[in-house]
Structure formats: structure tokens, C-alpha cells
Design a protein around this ligand. Sequence first.
Ligand code: FAD
Length: 326
Amino acid sequence: MERTIYVIAEHACGEISPVTFELLAFAAQIRTFRPLPISVLILGQDVSGMAEEIAASEGADITALEIPELGNYNGEVYRQVLADFFETEAPALICAGHTATGTDFAPGLAIRLGAASITNIRGVAEHETRLCFDRSICNGARTARVLPRTETAVLNVQPGVFRRTGPVSPRPGTVRIRRTEYAARKLRCTGIRPSQADPGALSDADVVVSAGNGVGDAENIGLVYRLAGLFPKSAVGGSRIVCDRGWLAYGQQVGVTGATVAPKLYIACGISGAPQHLSGMSGSAFIVAINTDVRAAMMSVADVCVTEDLATFIPTFIEACNAAAS
Ligand code: FAD
């Protein structure tokens, strides 16, 4: 049986999550070192439509595991169903997102398969002809290069690091549908409700404007929202201090313990640039820092540094943009 890179598709509320496409980009990057086939697995209730979509747009072969019990995500069901599935397959690598659900089921799955579990992955490389992976450690301040010593490895890949470059194959993928019965014994999800802020908005935004401690008080958060409002497809994020203070919701936190983002433009307003924050946004294509301290770490990663008080610079900038547009 041919050893395969498996991607576990992530989805929510009937929609494929962007991290699924990033996982395919990651798998395609692995193929630059090892010419292994890529296959996608999607689990849940009524997932066949999403499977067709992925096969058509990404050119990947996909297996849809239709499980009536999985109307809502359940880690216990994921671990058991995937462990049963892989008993008869030959996975080289199993890729999941380093997301709330991915980190919930993947390490337990690795234990069941006797596989290595590697979380927080940000890169793939080769060490003495063997595949190895770069993972973020020390709250993002360091990167460790790790070499799995097992036949199979289960990988959690950080969102926002790998970008889709195109389909993994020029032809449409095949779709295989299997129906599986499995009843969870230990946990049952009784319902899902929206959180205060939609973290998906951050990862999908072209422009992220983030507030740091330098905003000074809750009132000035309004300035950051007004600045974000200048750009279509934008979202507001923040540093941990700002979320701890309750000025923004935790779903808006960027960093090692929050969201990883890689927008086209990241504007850091009054953010010092601690390693824990940088690890969540340093993949942004273009970074602007507004900070009164020219020596702040954020200024050394920024493409454009604005050494000004944000409370005067942002309103002046908004006014100038509005004047130019009228
Ligand atoms: P500060 O460090 O206080 O910086 C404020 C900046 O604003 C300064 O550079 C200052 O010069 C500038 N400033 C002040 N006034 C103005 C003004 N008027 N105009 C313009 N600039 C001004 N942090 C995260 O962000 N995300 C995480 O996920 C995260 N996870 C963590 C996990 C752990 C285990 C730990 C220990 C810490 C974590 N942190 C995280 C916290 C992190 O270490 C920093 O404390 C935090 O990022 C600092 O936030 P800040 O830059 O907003 O504030």
C-alpha cells in the first residue's frame, strides 16, 4: 500500500475552514522533499458536499466519513473513527490544524497509532535525508527542529503560516463516501453558540489592525476600529494585555496564545513586539508599526515605522484619507 500524506479537513457550520487549504499547501510543500500522494479526510454529518468542493477545487482525492453522531465536533468520536480508519491505511503523515479542534483530537490519535505527535508546526525541512519539522517553542521566542522517529507522524500545523498556491493536482480529485456509526460514550456536545468575537474574521482578513497597551484606555480602541474601517476585508486584533484588560475579546488576541494571522497588511498600534505577539503575526506580508518608542521590537520587524503618538496620528491619518477620497 502506498504511503500517503493525509490532511484532516476542518469545517464549521457547514463551511470548509481556511486552515484546510493551508494544510493542503503544507502537504504540497512536503511533496517538494518526498513525492508522496496527498489524500484528504473529512468527518461529520452531511460533509459529502464539502468533500465534492475540495476534490473539485483542490484536485485532491478525498474520503468523506459521514457520521450521524457528528452533527457537532466531538474529539472522542474523531479519535476513535480516525484510529479505526488508519488501521487499514498506510499514513506517512497525518496533518491537522493547530486549532482548537486539531489540538484536541490529534495528540490522542497519535497515541492510539503509536505515532509521533508534533504540534505548533511552522516549517518543513530535511535533515540527513530525513523529513523534519520546525515547531514554535518558548512561547514563540524559539524554533525547534524535530525529527520524527516513527513510521507515522501526526502533525498540528499553525494556521496562517502556509498559503495556498494552487490545486495539488491539475485533475479533479476523486470522492469516496463512507457511512460510519459511532456513539460517543464520554462526551456529548449539547449545542454551539457564537462567541463575542469571531476569530475566523481575523484569519480571513486582508488587513488586521491591532491595538496594544499603548492605546492607553478603552476609549482609544474606537480609534483602532475607525482605522480598520478604512480598509475593506479588515479585522481588529490586539495584544494579550489589551484582551486581559477587557478592551477587546479574547477571540481577538493575536499571538502564541491567541490567533496566528498572516494578512496582506498588519498595523500594530502601540504594541511593543514581545516574542509571544510576534509569533502570531510575523508572517504578515507588510507590517506598519505606530509607536512612540523607536527602539520597540515591533519597529525592527515593521516595513514602515511611524514614530508618533497614536492618539494624534490615527485621527489625522483618517482625516487625510477621507479628505483625499472626497
Ligand atoms: P506593552 O509591552 O506595554 O507595549 C506598549 C507599547 O506601546 C510600547 O512599545 C510603547 O512604546 C507604545 N506606546 C505607549 N504609548 C503610546 C502612544 N501614545 N502611541 C504609540 N505607542 C505608544 N502577548 C500577546 O500579544 N499575545 C499572546 O498570545 C501572548 N501570549 C503570552 C503567553 C505567555 C505564556 C506569556 C508569559 C506572555 C504572553 N503575552 C502575549 C504577553 C507578552 O509577553 C507581552 O506582555 C504583550 O504582548 C505586551 O503587549 P503590548 O505590546 O500591547 O504592551
